[in-house]
Each structure stands twice: as structure tokens, then as C-alpha cells.
Design a protein around this ligand. Structure first.
Ligand code: FAD
Length: 466
């Protein structure tokens, strides 16, 4: 059924509705343009209007009205996702959660927040309340929302200690509103969390989040330089493996990433320097020094609590995770990236193998993580883009060597994952979004259960770009 946009807007006239073309356009975009492939497919797509509910009751109202008038609804936190997750492919309504940003409760070890709360604002509130902080955050901590992180992200800073968002224990409870004639409100815990976490808002709107907290520290942020890439990798791998050390971030940048792309670090490094970024708890600095003294090649060039750098480099985590790509892109617009899983068996050998095969066309940016209790590695490798065929070839060559790719050049859940449908998400969508109005085009299995993945999925409902 064709959406009746005018009737929906009319029915929402008492709510915070935005129909101004310029701001609707801005709120219809995210950071999809990191990918030349997505930029080609998704540039210029816009919603018809944006609504910002103030509370859960208004979310219910919006969903009810949109259901009645067959209007697609794409939820937006802050729109910092990289896969076009927040882009309304079929137009309709952008449900912007910016006004639902309260920290509702703080307890020992946990907090209850609204979805539109910025990650940094949760930290500020929990730190002030009782010296606690969130365990895991996206490097877009300063700008991204917790709802967007849970529905669209996967992990990030803190992953060396706490694993990924989907690991048991990293989300305690989600409150979710369904898209039906009479929307229901569900409290979701346990195995059922997988239905809506990292589902891009295709099967429910998260209106309340309960997540664990850890003691807050004034983390010491460091840059180290090494002359040898494998030594830097081994250093980080061993450091994160030290059972007595509290580390929040361990990142390795192949040369010349720091020299070429990190403006404020560049004066302190040579082109052949491999750079490591770390966050170490203050009480672990003594252990850190003991550990580092065992490595001849480790040279501390910056520590946040004691430095004489003329220009403050900002948080080191804003060089890591997908901030590395951002910094490279600003200098060289032909750079894009891949998300690689090197696993836990022998990640150092696998990273080295990829480096031998592709450097300098692909430069290694490696994040050390904890996976299933073991130290592992993931990469957000920088790729010098030539064309789509070569990019696909690089993906295939990684996979052939056992390096898993989570393709950031695709806008569907399946293609950004392991080319298979998450049955729990699909089943929940059948139940919670029977008309298929939530973030249409992002779940292939909903549109085309027989899709073969032999080519990039092209959502047939894609509204023609403006
Ligand atoms: P949005 O982009 O607004 O939304 C993300 C998805 O969630 C969309 O599909 C949206 O529809 C859905 N959604 C939002 N809110 C809700 C809700 N309440 N209910 C249901 N669905 C909802 N990601 C990481 O995981 N780790 C990183 O370290 C990381 N680093 C990044 C660095 C840079 C420089 C950039 C540009 C991006 C990075 N990202 C990273 C991606 C992104 O910033 C994060 O995932 C971020 O947490 C998303 O939050 P957001 O508020 O911007 O979400």
C-alpha cells in the first residue's frame, strides 16, 4: 500500500515534526560516504519528514500513526553509522531520538538510560554520581548515542577487556516498542537480546537500555613508536594478555599511517615508524613500565598525564577504531577501509600474511580485542580504493586466507555480517513489524528469502535519489 505521508504528518501535528527540506536532508544521512560503493548507491536519499518524540508514549503514538498510514520508519540516534543504517531507503519518517536523552537511574555496576543519550553524557553522569563509567564504547563517544551503538554498532574502546557488544553480559536489558496497529512494549533480556541488538532498528524501537558499568579511571593515554611491525603487534598481544594489567585500548598502525594521516602526531614520528595507541589505568602504569622495559623497540612518545607536545592530540581513542579511517580520508579522499576478523588462533601470523599480500595498497590498522576469553585481533584496514572490482577481489583474497571480512560496503544486515540471515532477528520482525515498515531494505531475508549473495543486494524499493 502506498504511504499516506500527508495524513501521517497531519495526525502528528501536536508532536515535534520537522518538514524543512534542508534539515530533513541532513537527518536522512549518516557516515555511509566512507564507502565509495555506498556513496554511489545511497547519496541523496531523503525522508519525507522527521519526528522527535519526547518520551516512550510519543514513540508509540508515532508508530501507531505510521502503521495506520503505511509510512516507513527509520530510526536515528546521531547518524554516525557507516553502513547507511540510518538512511531511509524508501523515504517516509525518520524517528529521531535526540530528545529522549535522560540518564534515568545509576546503581552499583549498572545504569538505566534513554536511547538518545550520548555515550559521553552517560560517562559524565555515572562518573559524577559514583565514580563509574561505561565499559564499552564506540570511538564516536563524543557524538554517538547509546541506542545507535546497540542497534547499529558492534564494539570498540574497552573491547580489549570486555569483548564485543554481543557478548553475554554487555547488555543487561532493552525495552522495545513494536510496529503494529497497537504497538506493544516488551522487556527483553537474555538470549532474546540478540533479536534487537545490531538489527538496525528493523524490528523494534529501543526506548530504554540497561547496561553494566565499571569503576571509572582517568585513563593514561599513550602513543608508542616501534621500528618493527611484528614487534609492535606482539607487544600489544602480550600486553593485553597480561592478567594483572588493566588496559582499555591497544591499537597498532602500520607505517606510514601516523606520519601521513595523524597531523598532531606526525612531528614526533618518522615515516617508517609503526605507532601503537594505548589506554592504561593509572594504577597499572607501574606494571606497564615493567612490561615495556622487556621490549627494546618500544619507545613512549606521548603520555597524556606527562607530555610537552605543543598541540594536544586529543583522546588517543579518537585515532583508533573507525577514527583511523576518518583521519586518513581527510588527507586522502581515495582511502576507504575493510573490517577484518583475524580471530584468536594465530592472529599475528594472519595479519602479517595480509600485510605481505597487500601493503601498501592496504595498510594494517589492527585493534586488539578479547574474544571468548582469549586475546584476538580485528582490523579496520585502510584501503587505497581503485574500483569496486578490485575491492571485491581484496575481500575474496582475505576470505580465502581465513581472514573474515565484515563488509562495510554493504547496507544490509546480512552482507555486513556473514552472508546469512539471523533467524532470531527475522522471526522477531515477523512478530513485531508485520507490515515491514521498519527501516526497509536493510534485511534481505525479509524481502527475498532466496537471495543467493552472488552480487550486491539492490533493494527494489529504493526511492530514487533527489
Ligand atoms: P545511528 O547511526 O543513528 O543509528 C545506527 C543504527 O541503529 C541505525 O540503523 C538506526 O536505525 C538504529 N537505531 C538507532 N537508535 C535506535 C533505537 N533506539 N532503536 C532501534 N534502532 C535504533 N561503531 C562501533 O561499533 N565502534 C566504533 O569504534 C566505531 N567507531 C566509529 C568512528 C567513526 C569516526 C565513525 C564515523 C563511526 C564509528 N562507528 C563505530 C559507527 C557508529 O559511530 C557507532 O556504531 C555509533 O555508536 C552509532 O550511534 P548513532 O547514535 O550515531 O547511531
Amino acid at each position: 500500500t502506498a504511504p499516506n505521508i500527508a495524513a501521517a504528518i497531519e495526525a502528528m501535528s501536536h508532536l515535534e515534526v520537522d518538514t524543512k527540506p534542508a534539515s530533513v536532508k541532513t537527518k536522512s544521512r549518516d557516515f555511509f560516504w566512507y564507502s565509495p560503493v555506498l556513496k554511489d548507491r545511497l547519496d541523496g536519499l531523503v525522508a519525507d519528514f522527521v519526528v522527535s518524540p519526547r518520551n516512550e508514549a510519543e514513540v508509540i503514538e508515532v508508530l501507531k500513526i505510521c502503521y495506520e498510514h503505511d509510512v516507513p520508519v527509520t530510526t536515528r540516534g546521531a547518524g554516525t553509522g557507516n553502513y547507511g543504517q540510518a538512511i531511509p531507503l524508501a523515504g517516509g519518517c525518520v524517528l529521531h531520538l535526540n530528545l529522549m536523552n535522560a540518564v534515568k537511574e545509576i546503581h552499583p555496576g549498572r545504569t538505566i538510560v534513554e536511547p538518545g543519550c550520548l555515550l559521553k553524557d552517560i560517562d559524565a553522569a555515572t562518573k559524577e554520581h559514583s565514580g563509574q563509567e561505561i565499559r564499552l564504547f564506540s570511538s564516536t563517544w563524543a557524538t554517538a548515542t547509546i541506542g545507535g551503538f546497540i542497534a547499529g554498532g558492534s564494539g570498540g574502546v574497552g573491547g580489549v577487556r570486555w569483548g564485543g557488544l554481543r557478548d553475554v553480559g554487555n547488555i543487561i536489558r532493552l525495552r522495545v516498542v513494536t510496529m503494529e496497529a497497537e504497538p506493544r512494549v516488551l522487556e527483553i533480556t537474555g538470549e532474546e537480546l540478540h533479536r534487537v541488538s545490531h538489527a538496525y532498528g528493523t524490528n523494534g524501537i529501543i526506548t530504554e537500555i540497561e547496561i553494566p558499568l565499571a569503576p571509572a579511571y582517568d585513563w593514561v593515554e599513550l602513543f608508542l613508536s616501534f621500528k618493527d611491525f611484528t614487534e609492535a603487534l606482539t607487544y600489544c598481544y602480550d600486553l593485553v594478555g597480561c592478567d594483572g594489567m588493566l588496559i582499555k585500548l591497544a591499537t597498532v598502525f602500520e607505517a606510514p599511517i601516523a606520519k601521513d594521516y595523524f597531523q598532531r602526531v606526525a612531528p614526533y614520528v618518522e615515516a617508517d615508524d609503526v605507532v601503537v595507541a594505548l589506554m592504561v589505568a593509572p594504577h597499572a602504569m607501574s606494571g606497564f613500565q615493567t612490561f615495556s622495559a622487556r621490549y627494546d623497540g618500544a619507545d613512549v612518545i606521548y603520555r597524556s598525564d606527562d607530555h610537552d607536545w605543543a598541540r594536544h592530540p586529543g583522546h588517543v581513542f579518537e585515532y583508533a577504531w573507525n577514527h583511523t579511517t576518518l583521519r586518513a580520508l581527510k588527507v586522502d579522499p581515495s582511502i576507504t577501509y575493510l573490517q577484518v576478523g583475524y580471530g584468536t588462533d594465530d592472529p599475528i601470523s594472519l595479519v602479517n600474511k595480509m600485510r605481505e599480500m597487500f601493503s601498501p595498497e592496504v595498510l594494517q590498522h589492527v585493534e586488539v580485542t578479547r574474544q571468548g576469553g582469549r586475546v584476538g585481533m580485528g582490523g579496520l584496514s585502510l584501503v587505497k580504493f581503485s574500483d569496486e572490482a578490485r575491492l571485491d577481489e581484496i575481500v575474496a583474497l582475505h576470505e580465502a586466507e581465513g581472514a573474515m571480512i565484515f563488509n562495510p560496503h554493504r547496507y544490509t544486515l546480512e552482507e555486513g555480517g556473514r552472508q546469512s540471515t539471523d533467524e532470531r532477528q527475522l522471526e522477531f520482525k515477523r512478530e513485531a513489524d508485520p507490515k515491514g515498515l521498519l527501516n526497509p531494505g536493510k534485511m534481505i531475508a525479509w524481502d527475498d528469502p532466496d537471495w543467493g549473495y552472488d552480487q550486491m543486494y539492490a533493494y527494489p524499493g529504493l526511492r530514487k535519489a533527489a
